[in-house]
Ligand binder design. Structure first.
Ligand SMILES: Nc1nc2c(c(=O)[nH]1)N[C@H]1C(S)=C(S)[C@@H](COP(=O)(O)O)O[C@H]1N2
Ligand SMILES: [Mo]
Length: 410
C-alpha cells in the first residue's frame, strides 16, 4: 500500500491504537455487582440480569459471570446493520482469560508444517501485510438455544448471541504463504491466550482445512467497526471465518500451527459436532446419526421493530422491518407473511454490505383490528431457505426456523 493511499491515515491511527507501546486493556472488576434489572426471555429460566459492569461493554444481558457469557439486547439489532462493539455478545469457554494484554509485547506465532516459522508483532502485521476489510456476521452455534423444544442443556441464549461487524485485518493466506506451507499440510490449528483453570481442561483450539485457511477470505482481524477489538471480543487479534459459526473465530489468537494430520483435539472431535443432516435436524429420540464438525451457517431473519404481544394501530400503515443474513451465501430474498404463512410477499432490502453481512429489510402493511401474526423467512443465493418448523439437535445448534410474532391491532 502506498503512502498516498487514502486509507493510510486512518490505518496509521489504528496501528497506533492497536500496537502502541504500553497500551493495555484491563479487565478489572468484571465480576463486580451488576445493576439488578431483569430482562425476561420467553422460556423457562429466561429471566436474566442486565449488566453494565464489564469493561468496554455497555448494557448487556448476563448469562454467566465467569467465564463471561453476555448477550446483546435484541433492541440493538433495530438500530442499524452493524452491531456496536460495546454491545457485541461475548462468549468464552475457559476461565483463565488474560485481563491485561500489552500490545507492544504481543506476538503471533506461526509454526508446524511450514518452511519458515514466523514470530510477528502487531506492528509487523499492520505494516508488512495488505489490509483487507469485510462485513461479516459472527454467530454462536448455540444462538437461540433457549428456544429449543425439547429443551437442551448449554447456555440458554435468546436470539442475541450474534452480531455483525466490519472487520479489518490481514488475509490468513498471506501469512501462511509467507511462512510457506509444506506439501504434507492437512489442517491449520488456531489457539488463543485463554486457558482452563485445571490442567486437565482441554485448551480451546479450532482447526480449518488447509484449502479453507488459504481461501483468501479467512482473516486475522485487528479491528472491529474501525476500532481495536474489545478485550472480551479477542483483543488484539481474532480469526474471522466468514460464513462459518463463530466457534472457529478464535479470539486472542497468538498461535497458528500447520498440521500434517486432521486435528484430533477435544474441541474438534468431541465438541461442536452436528448431525450430518439438512439443518442438523434430528428427532429427539433418533440414534445412529453420523456426526460431523459444525461448519457453514444457514440463513436467518428477524423482525426488529415490533415485539410479540405489542399493540399496533388498526387501519393505519405499519412499517415492519428487521435484519436478515444468508449464512455462507448472500441473502436472495426476505419474505413476509401476515396470514399465518398462507401467503408471502417480498420485502424491500436495504443497502448491501456484502454476502456475509446482516442486511436490513422493510415492508408496510395496514393491519385490520384483531390479532396479527407476522412471519419472516429468508433464503440465500445457494438455495437454502429457513424451515417452517424448528430444526432440533441435542446440542442446541443451528436454530434457524422462520420467526413468528403476534401483535394486536386496535
Ligand atoms: N480463544 C477463544 N476464542 C473463542 C472462544 C473461546 O472460548 N476462546 N469461543 C468461540 C465461540 S464458541 C464463540 S460463540 C465466539 C464468540 O465471539 P465473541 O465473544 O467475540 O462474540 O468466540 C469463539 N472464539
Ligand atoms: Mo459459540
Amino acid at each position: 500500500m502506498s503512502d498516498q493511499d487514502e486509507t493510510n491515515g486512518p490505518r496509521r491511527k489504528l496501528l497506533h491504537s492497536v500496537a502502541a507501546s504500553g497500551l493495555t486493556f484491563a479487565l478489572g472488576g468484571a465480576t463486580r455487582a451488576w445493576a439488578a434489572q431483569l430482562a425476561a426471555l420467553p422460556f423457562e429460566g429466561g429471566e436474566r440480569d442486565v449488566t453494565k459492569s464489564y469493561p468496554q461493554k455497555g448494557e448487556m444481558l448476563l448469562l454467566r459471570t465467569r467465564p463471561p457469557l453476555l448477550e446483546t439486547p435484541f433492541s440493538v439489532f433495530d438500530r442499524g446493520v452493524f452491531t456496536p462493539n460495546d454491545q457485541f455478545f461475548v462468549r468464552w469457554h475457559l476461565a483463565n482469560i488474560p485481563t491485561i494484554i500489552d500490545g507492544a509485547a504481543f506476538r503471533l506465532n506461526i509454526h508446524g508444517q511450514v518452511r519458515k516459522s514466523l514470530v510477528l508483532s502487531l506492528t509487523d502485521l499492520l505494516s508488512k501485510f495488505e489490509p483487507v476489510q469485510l462485513a461479516a456476521v459472527n454467530q454462536c452455534s448455540g444462538n437461540s438455544r433457549g428456544f429449543f423444544d425439547a429443551r437442551v442443556p448449554g447456555a440458554q441464549w435468546g436470539n442475541g448471541a450474534m452480531g455483525n461487524a466490519l472487520w479489518t485485518g490481514v488475509r490468513l493466506r498471506d501469512l501462511l504463504d509467507h511462512a510457506g506451507i509444506k506439501g504434507d499440510a492437512v489442517q491449520v490449528r488456531f489457539n488463543g491466550l485463554d486457558t482452563g483453570v485445571l490442567p486437565a481442561t482441554p485448551d480451546f483450539m479450532k482447526s480449518l482445512d488447509v484449502d479453507h485457511a488459504r481461501d483468501g477470505e479467512v482473516m486475522i482481524a485487528y479491528a472491529m467497526n474501525g476500532k481495536p477489538l474489545p478485550l472480551l471480543n479477542g483483543f488484539p487479534l481474532r480469526l474471522v471465518v466468514p460464513g462459518w459459526y463463530s466457534t472457529y473465530w478464535v479470539k486472542m489468537l497468538n498461535d497458528i500451527e500447520v498440521l500434517d494430520r486432521l486435528d484430533d483435539n477435544f474441541w474438534m472431535t468431541k465438541a461442536y459436532l452436528i448431525p450430518d443432516t439438512p439443518y442438523a435436524n434430528v428427532a429427539p429420540d433418533q440414534t445412529g446419526v453420523k456426526m460431523v464438525p459444525i461448519n457453514r451457517m444457514v440463513p436467518r431473519s428477524f423482525i426488529t421493530n415490533l415485539t410479540d404481544g405489542q399493540r399496533v394501530a388498526a387501519g393505519k400503515p405499519l412499517i415492519v422491518r428487521g435484519i436478515a443474513f444468508g449464512g455462507d451465501a448472500g441473502v436472495r430474498d426476505v419474505k413476509i407473511s401476515d396470514s399465518v404463512g398462507a401467503t408471502w410477499h417480498t420485502a424491500r432490502l436495504g443497502h448491501d454490505h456484502g454476502k456475509y453481512s446482516f442486511i436490513q429489510w422493510e415492508t408496510r402493511l395496514t393491519p385490520k383490528a384483531g390479532p396479527l401474526t407476522l412471519k419472516v423467512k429468508a433464503s440465500n443465493t445457494a438455495g437454502s431457505v429457513q424451515p417452517d418448523t424448528a430444526n432440533w439437535n441435542a446440542a442446541g445448534f443451528m436454530r434457524n426456523v422462520v420467526e413468528s410474532i403476534t401483535v394486536t391491532a386496535s
